[in-house]
Structures are given as C-alpha cells and as structure tokens.
Design a protein around this ligand. Sequence first.
Ligand SMILES: [Zn+2]
Length: 84
Amino acid sequence: MKDINVPAYIGRAECGCVIAAVVDDGTDPEMVSKNVAEFVKDGLVVERQTVGYVREHWGCQHRDDRHNNGVKPTSMDAGQIQMF
Ligand SMILES: [Zn+2]
C-alpha cells in the first residue's frame, strides 16, 4: 500500500473524472513518462496529484459501461493501479 502523500499523475476525462493514474514514487521515471504520454494521447487532462487524491476521486459514472466503467485499460495494464 502506497503512502497517500506519494505523488501520482492523473488523467481526467472530458467530464472531469479521474480515469487514469500512475504512481510517481521515483522508482521508475521512464514508466511514468510513458504512461503520462499515453494519457495525453488518449485526450486526457493530466495533473500532478497524490495517491491519496486518486483513492478519493477514482472512477467515473458518466461513461459508457462498454468502456470498462470508464477505466482506461492502458492504465490498468501498467500494473500501477493495484498499488492504490
Ligand atoms: Zn465522469
């Protein structure tokens, strides 16, 4: 379990909800920039937040269920989300 103060980058959907995130704990900056680049490519608004923020704001109720409840498969594939 990551400390809530650990920085993380989030990707916001057009509705403002947090649907992508990657922990930036300094262990793998290359993986972090790769994920952030993916968020941008997906049209998300990237912000620097914390793990605690992600825990409280994760998810989106506005998107179609066909999109896996709005959770981006790319961010899940990165294996970082489980850390939250
Ligand atoms: Zn939403």
